[in-house]
Design a binder for this molecule. Structure first.
Ligand code: ZN
Length: 134
């Protein structure tokens, strides 16, 4: 039970946010975890993970539109790969999250979900999940 779990994600757009809450809940269920901490890590330099509203899908659209306005795809960047905006977005949003688990449930707020954030897709991505159980 003390291993690192991998969630594989094939993204379909250059920039998108994918709700991975069900994937994490599935792992908790499969491994019969009732109490502990869920640590989530994205091992990529142009992707990230965040927690935000998964009830109204326009929230995610507004977040992505605003990120694109703040950090445009083209902006005389020096990095020759042409994806500097994705690197900047990834660092702003961050590579990890930690959530408590109680009674077999992720202790998220009513409107919260966990989102994998793609900033330079489409690509094959992974998210590492580690459960620390008490
Ligand atoms: Zn790059």
């Amino acid at each position: 039970m003390n291993n690192i779990n991998t969630i594989n994600i094939n993204t379909s757009k250059r920039i998108e946010m994918i709700d991975i809450t069900p994937n994490i809940l599935q792992l908790i269920k499969e491994q019969k975890i009732s109490e502990g901490i869920c640590s989530i890590f994205v091992p990529h330099t142009t992707a990230a993970v965040t927690i935000n509203e998964n009830a109204d899908p326009t929230v995610v659209k507004d977040m992505l539109n605003t990120l694109n306005k703040l950090i445009p795809h083209q902006n005389n960047y020096l990095h020759s790969e042409g994806n500097s905006d994705a690197h900047i977005k990834a660092s702003l949003i961050g590579a990890s999250e930690v959530i408590f688990i109680q009674n077999g449930k992720l202790m998220l707020g009513t409107w919260q979900g966990v989102f994998f954030c793609e900033f330079d897709g489409p690509r094959s991505r992974k998210v590492w999940i580690k459960f620390l159980t008490s």
